[in-house]
Design a protein around this ligand. Structure first.
Ligand code: ZN
Length: 447
């Protein structure tokens, strides 16, 4: 059916998906899921639609494989972050095609992934090809606000739907990065996980019309914020970060290679990777330590009162591996020079349970590397530790080996990766075509 083929090309499908506003909050993913459901049903694919709430459905579809590989989960979230307060050059839900880019909220994060995956699967089906193993497509809700209605619901309430799945490919990674003249294709093999904290700072309260006593809560707040500005907590070596840094050092020209190697050996706790662009240096520095940033301050909204209590929310991120929230909090208190009054905003059990196992580099990982070497021979596949946290933390609880790979080949110096959650989010059309080809290739022969 030519009409169906037109709607299921990755680019037109991405445009259509962007035009359905799924800003979260509130999410309201239903029309987006209904659109995909219709397209899949028209192609004869049976879907399961389920969720906690009629307006927040998840969609699952199984594609039968040749049985030469274990089942593979391809997951992507259909919600997007809001555009509130952002200045866009084009309307954010236009899905416009301009300057060879598809524009709009979700172009990268991560409706392009849904579009590329569906296009790859339906393209193969239309040609009568079967994937190597069964493929479970999961389009999930609510990733941008904690996944309660999405991946967490599916993993807790419907683990049976994922029976037999050994590997998963999901969010983050993929989009190529240029460093020292080398193009890297990151494949996320481990993620940091969030440990959000609320710090309470107390001081004398009272009328603010006269000389205040010393050490008001606001003065203490000032000291805390200054102490946390650019805070570098102690270093930790993890196998995942070691692998990432060794790959980078192995591919970069001198003197950058030696600089990364020196940094990776970590003799000097305060050393930073020298000679790299500042942004890359900070990214690399974040994979060898827990990080913490104050993001929200709450005070009583009264101009004529000294606030007796102020809270600061801290976005803490714990390294992958055997680190507990308590380890991170100990380091934070030491850095602050005092035991702060802290509350964990994500329940402790959750922070604990969402640990991700050490990465493995066989099987599916090697299939991805092989495809990248063939499709982009000059570039270097990079096993990456991501500072972001995705639904992989939930699916991995089912014993599924998760990788983050949204294959997009971007030109050198491209601003695209910086546009996540930002105004003018967009994706080059040829990157979407590259990604669809990579995914098709993977489905043909993953191991
Ligand atoms: Zn996302």
């Amino acid at each position: 059916v030519p009409e169906l083929a037109q709607r299921t090309g990755a680019v037109p499908l991405l445009q259509d998906l962007i035009r359905i506003d799924t800003s979260n909050p509130p999410g309201a993913e239903r029309p987006c899921v209904a659109h995909l459901h219709q397209i899949l049903a028209d192609a004869g694919v049976a879907c399961t639609v389920l969720g906690t709430d009629d307006n927040r459905p998840n969609l699952l579809a199984r594609f039968r494989g040749r049985g030469t590989a274990p089942a593979l989960l391809l997951h992507a979230h259909s919600d997007v972050v809001p555009v509130t307060g952002q200045q866009w050059s084009l309307p954010p839900f236009s899905g416009a095609l301009l300057d060879s880019h598809v524009w709009g909220r979700g172009a990268l994060d991560m409706k392009c992934s849904i579009a590329m995956t569906v296009a790859a699967l339906l393209g193969m089906q239309a040609r009568g090809e079967e994937p190597a193993g069964d493929v479970l497509l999961a389009v999930v809700a609510d990733e941008e606000a904690g996944s309660a209605a999405g991946a967490r619901y599916l993993v807790r309430q419907h683990p049976e739907l994922f029976r037999g799945v050994r590997y998963a490919i999901g969010e983050d990674g993929g989009a190529s990065v240029e460093l020292g003249g080398v193009r890297f294709h990151p494949i996320v093999v481990a993620e940091k996980r969030a440990c959000w904290l609320r710090m309470t700072i107390r001081g004398p309260s009272g009328h603010s019309s006269r000389l205040a006593p010393p050490a008001t809560a606001l003065a203490k707040l000032g000291r805390v914020l200054t102490t946390l500005d650019g805070a570098r907590l102690p270093r930790h070596q993890t196998p995942a970060a070691d692998g990432m840094l060794a790959t980078i050092a192995g591919a970069l020209p001198e003197p950058l290679a030696s600089s990364v190697t020196r940094f990776s050996r970590g003799a000097d706790r305060d050393a930073t990777p020298q000679g790299l662009p500042e942004r890359s240096a900070r990214e690399i520095d974040s994979v060898v330590r827990h990080t913490v940033n104050p993001t929200v301050v709450r005070t009583p909204d009264k101009i004529n009162m000294l606030p007796g209590e102020i809270t600061v929310d801290l976005d803490g991120r714990i390294l992958p591996g055997e680190f507990a929230a308590g380890d991170f909090i100990r380091e934070l208190n030491k850095h602050l020079g005092e035991a702060a009054e802290l509350e964990i905003l994500l329940e402790g059990a959750q922070v604990h349970e969402e640990r991700i196992a050490e990465p493995q580099f066989g099987g599916l990982y090697q299939s991805i590397v092989g495809i990248l070497r063939e499709r982009d021979p000059q570039a270097v596949p990079l096993p990456m530790v991501s500072a972001a946290s995705t639904d992989a933390r939930l699916f991995s609880q089912l014993g599924i080996r998760c990788y983050g790979w949204i294959p997009l080949r971007l030109p050198a110096g491209s601003p695209i990766r910086g546009l996540l959650h930002s105004p003018d989010e967009r994706v080059p059309v040829d990157a979407v075509e590259f990604g669809t080809q990579c995914l098709t290739e993977l489905l043909r022969g993953f191991g």
